[in-house]
Ligand binder design. Structure first.
Ligand SMILES: Cc1cc2nc3c(=O)[nH]c(=O)nc-3n(C[C@H](O)[C@H](O)[C@H](O)COP(=O)(O)OP(=O)(O)OC[C@H]3O[C@@H](n4cnc5c(N)ncnc54)[C@H](O)[C@@H]3O)c2cc1C
Length: 358
């Protein structure tokens, strides 16, 4: 089971918020391989700021090689696993002693950082040259994008269409109401309980029809709907019976996939009933890191650290200075939560955690 240097082979599948921190933290204690279809870690929560200020992306899109100095990086998607190996789309077979699955959500982004930065430049040009912008989807991405555009480009007409009865349905109604009030105060037109059939309109004719028959004119549009979980690839693997009906991996209190002694899962793909947040994926990563270190050094399974879900906090930025934040006993909006998130969007803090200059 041991590799060349006597160290155990740890394979991390998914270089997002959780997988990268785990890989970075364990790299000197294991023979590590990180598998990710792109060459970089993207701090998801900065992506909307990157669209209005593309230079911001230089710090929030981080090449894996910058923080992973002692591990192998395979730039490809995992497509199958066996009891001993991970198979990737480009034909690699990567042997593991311990496997951690952290594939979060599917996001068809470019492979290289340079291409990703270019994409942000292009999106920015689209916004700059438009008089009117349509945003489809009132989850965190849609609300944050509307907030960014309304703040940086107050002269542009922004319309946000959401098919549900309220914005930010993943958190409480107070947060929804506060963000709706804020957006409307910035002249964003918010239309709830309406859907847009994007197939019925082309970008050229600029008129979008909603499910209730309204017409919206917009020079450009952005689709901000929830991305699917990236677990479909596990559907025909040895873990197919470990997926719940929502496609999440069922884990035990040590974050091991149920019934498996050497396979862990972390982040948004786990079936733990809690808010799916990046700071929680980080907590998962650190618990799994402790457990891997214990097991790799021959410690007893009974000594493994248990993961205990904490109280849920969610913050949605509203432009550069304000935000809405849901804490366990209260929901706040305005400049106070804005001070916590909206200026730097946790980019400096996360970079420091990854061992990089803030
Ligand atoms: C607009 C917005 C704002 C947010 N704001 C916050 C916030 O303020 N604070 C907070 O804590 N959270 C926030 N979140 C939530 C946070 O982004 C997620 O909870 C977090 O990204 C989950 O991390 P993860 O590691 O589970 O998955 P992800 O970060 O989604 O990473 C998954 C990784 O797996 C890779 N992958 C996918 N399929 C495969 C495959 N087959 N093989 C190999 N690799 C694969 C992907 O390329 C990606 O690198 C926000 C989310 C959004 C959308």
């Amino acid at each position: 089971m041991e590799s060349g240097g006597g160290r155990r082979r740890v394979v991390v599948v998914g270089g997002g918020i959780g997988g990268s921190l785990l890989a970075k933290t364990i790299q000197f204690n294991a023979d590590l391989t990180l598998i990710d279809p792109k060459e970089y870690l993207e701090l998801t929560w900065a992506s909307l700021r990157n669209m209005v200020e593309p230079s911001f992306a230089d710090r929030s899109v981080i090449n894996h090689r910058d923080y992973l100095t002692n591990g192998r990086i395979v730039t490809s998607a995992a497509i199958n696993i066996t009891d001993t190996e991970v198979l990737t789309a480009d034909g690699c077979h990567i042997v593991y002693d311990y496997l951690v699955i952290a594939t979060g959500h599917t996001d068809p982004v470019p492979v290289t950082k340079v291409e990703r930065l270019h994409q942000y430049e292009e999106e920015n040009k689209k916004i700059q040259s438009a008089q009117s912008v349509l945003i489809v989807g009132g989850g965190p991405s849609g609300v944050e994008l509307a907030g960014e555009i309304a703040t940086d480009f107050p002269g542009k007409k922004v319309t946000l269409v959401h098919k549900g009865p309220r914005l930010l349905e993943f958190i409480g109604t107070k947060a929804s109401d506060k963000s709706l009030g804020w957006l409307r105060s910035k002249k964003v037109e918010v239309k709830l309980e309406q859907a847009i059939d994007l197939n019925s309109t082309s970008d050229e004719n600029r008129v979008y029809r909603t499910s209730t028959g309204e017409s919206i004119e917009a020079d450009c549009r952005f689709l901000c709907v929830a991305k699917p979980l990236a677990t479909a690839w596990l559907g025909e693997t040895i873990l197919k019976t470990n997926l719940d009906k929502n496609g999440r991996l069922m884990v035990d209190e040590h974050l091991r996939v149920k019934g498996r002694s050497n396979i862990f899962a972390i982040g948004d793909i786990t079936d733990i009933p809690e808010l799916k947040q990046g700071y929680i994926a980080h907590k998962h990563a650190l618990v799994v890191c402790k457990n891997l270190n214990l097991l790799m050094s021959g410690g007893k399974e009974s000594k493994m650290t248990k993961y205990k879900p904490g109280s849920a906090i969610a913050m949605v930025s509203l432009g550069r200075k304000e935000a809405v934040a849901q804490f366990p006993f209260t929901t706040l909006s305005g400049r106070v939560p804005g001070l916590l998130k909206s200026r730097d969007l946790f980019v400096g803090r996360t970079r420091k955690q990854m061992g990089l200059q803030p």
